[in-house]
Design a protein around this ligand. Structure first.
Ligand SMILES: NC(=O)C1=CN([C@@H]2O[C@H](COP(=O)(O)OP(=O)(O)OC[C@H]3O[C@@H](n4cnc5c(N)ncnc54)[C@H](O)[C@@H]3O)[C@@H](O)[C@H]2O)C=CC1
Ligand SMILES: O=C(O)/C=C/C=C(\O)C(=O)O
Length: 488
């Protein structure tokens, strides 16, 4: 008997507007960066769908839902992600090529945590009040009531798609806003899956909308007259463009942009622990976390030990099939991004750097050869004057640079246009506090990296962004206070 041909039905990722999936004819390919193969098609939004999404958000009525009920919806959303945990993992792995172990531990676990945290934060929030003494002996009561901004545009990148999306969406919804989300064109899957979970959790139609597309759709969204605030994570270049688009309508923006983060390693450190921490800081998610370390300043007395130890850790990383639980390191997000990283590898060579490990494209097994793989790379022989020590590269790369004194290390670490994150590695408690505080950054870690308490402020200074999110900082960004003054 003749066998029927196998029909492969490609998954179609659709826009989600006003509580329903919306079909559009135009679509683009969603590429798995580990294999280079198309794993889904993504329908592209257009101006009229953006209009519909903003109108649906405006009409959702979510702002009138009491805080207690909002928090309950967020908690059910967290439960819903947990119930479909492996579906989220699979979608994130297919879009990003990141190892399944990382997607489980970091991305999807954090999505659950984001919803639970902002349910707690908004439930515990109070309001500012002041009793004002007046010249005639009487008093006035000042208190501020916080109202949601309204409709918030959420623009997120491809490196931690679900983590960053839910970090913003959970806080915005907690405060009573409705959102229109534009995920990265490279990683559209989990934002779409989240629409189902939020609907099942009881979120009203229109409170969460997803429009897919490239930067032009993002630009239409952030420039839309119905948008009351914009939260953006991505490159500094795109952040400045978003700022220009939003400026004529003077809407609040929260920007978490690029970084060129430093680590400072003192010679009193517990070497093994520091090497493990630094390995994470440089190579996690193939260096594609805005917090990743790309500059490591090492006290000269232990420079050779740190260089050897880090190179050994880099060589121990296991690049390979993302679905293998033992894989530690995936590909870069795209061939285009790999070209950018490879250009920086070439620039480093021209500047006279020595690659003590890596420096090129790895040999991958059949099936993975068309992926955007890159070797984890460490350089010596560079200084702060070199472009690769100044540009954000966003790959598994770092320059190791020696220093002699604490003051010199602080000056070198702060010698950058960025100001996102830093880490200090020392066994001297006082020095740890002192140097961490001297870093001109939003987040400064001592003997650890990317350890997050979601109630603490998160964001950057300089070219790394505007504003902070997290805990109360999120409540402040996603609401506007109206101060009421009552003569008593
Ligand atoms: N968190 C971070 O620090 C991140 C930094 N990057 C850096 O950015 C570089 C470029 O990566 P891209 O994918 O191009 O990031 P990007 O910053 O251009 O993209 C981020 C998001 O912004 C959207 N977007 C693009 N143009 C827009 C516009 N004019 N208006 C509104 N939205 C717009 C994109 O579609 C995407 O959803 C990377 O090589 C890396 O250095 C990338 C991702 C995250
Ligand atoms: O922990 C967070 O909230 C965010 C971490 C990472 C980024 O913001 C990023 O890589 O852009």
């Amino acid at each position: 008997m003749a066998r029927l041909p196998t029909v492969v039905v490609m998954e179609m990722i659709r826009n989600f507007v006003g509580g329903a999936f919306a079909d559009r004819d135009a679509a683009f390919a969603d590429i798995d960066p580990a294999t280079g193969r198309t794993h889904a098609m993504v329908q592209v939004a257009d101006a009229s769908l953006v209009d519909q999404a903003v109108a649906a958000a405006r009409a959702s009525g979510w702002d009138r839902v009491p805080v207690r009920e909002r928090a309950a919806v967020l908690r059910r959303a967290a439960d819903g992600i947990e119930a479909r945990f492996e579906e989220f993992v699979a979608a994130e792995v297919a879009d990003t090529g990141k190892p399944v172990a990382l997607a489980r531990e970091l991305d999807v676990a954090r999505a659950v945590h984001n919803f639970r945290t902002f349910a707690d934060v908004v439930s515990a929030a109070g309001q500012e009040s002041f009793l004002t003494d007046l010249a005639d002996g009487r008093q006035a009561l000042n208190y501020a009531v916080r109202k949601p901004l309204g409709v918030v545009a959420v623009i997120v990148p491809w490196n931690l798609p679900l983590l960053l999306l839910t970090w913003k969406v959970s806080a915005a919804l907690a405060c009573g806003n409705s959102v229109v989300v534009k995920p990265s064109e490279l990683t559209p899957a989990t934002a779409t899956l989240l629409a189902e979970v939020l609907t099942d959790a009881g979120l009203p139609a229109g409170a969460y909308n997803v429009v897919h597309g490239h930067g032009d759709i993002g630009e239409l969204l952030v420039g839309h007259p119905g948008i009351d605030g914009v939260t953006f994570t991505g490159s500094t270049a795109t952040g400045t463009r978003v700022m220009r688009t939003v400026a004529p309508r003077v809407r609040p923006v929260s920007f978490e942009l690029g970084g060129k983060n430093a680590a400072i390693v003192f010679d009193d450190v517990h070497l093994d622990e520091a090497l493990t921490g630094l390995g994470r800081a440089i190579f996690t998610n193939t260096g594609q976390v805005c917090l990743c370390t790309e500059r490591v300043y090492v006290q000269r007395t232990i420079f050779a030990d740190v260089a050897d130890g880090l190179a050994e850790r880099a060589r121990a990383l296991r690049l390979g099939d993302p679905s293998d639980p033992d894989t530690t390191t995936g590909p870069l997000i795209s061939q285009q991004h790999r070209r950018k990283v490879l250009d920086h590898l070439a620039l480093a060579e021209e500047a006279g750097a020595k690659a003590i490990t890596g420096g090129g494209v790895p040999e991958m097994p059949a099936g993975l050869r068309d992926g955007s793989w890159i070797e984890p790379t460490l350089w010596t022989g560079l200084t702060n004057a070199d472009r690769v020590v100044r540009d954000e590269i966003f790959g598994p790369v770092a320059a190791l640079i020696p220093f002699d004194t604490e003051d010199e290390a602080i000056a070198l670490a702060n010698d950058t246009d960025y100001g996102l994150a830093a880490s200090v590695w020392t066994n001297d408690l006082r020095r740890g506090h002192r140097v961490a505080q001297a870093m001109d950054v939003g987040m400064s870690w001592v003997n650890t990296w990317f350890l997050r308490d979601l109630r603490s402020p998160f964001g950057g200074m300089g070219m790394s962004g505007i504003g902070r999110e997290g805990g109360e900082s999120s409540l402040h960004f996603y609401t506007e206070p109206t101060n009421v003054c009552v003569q008593l």
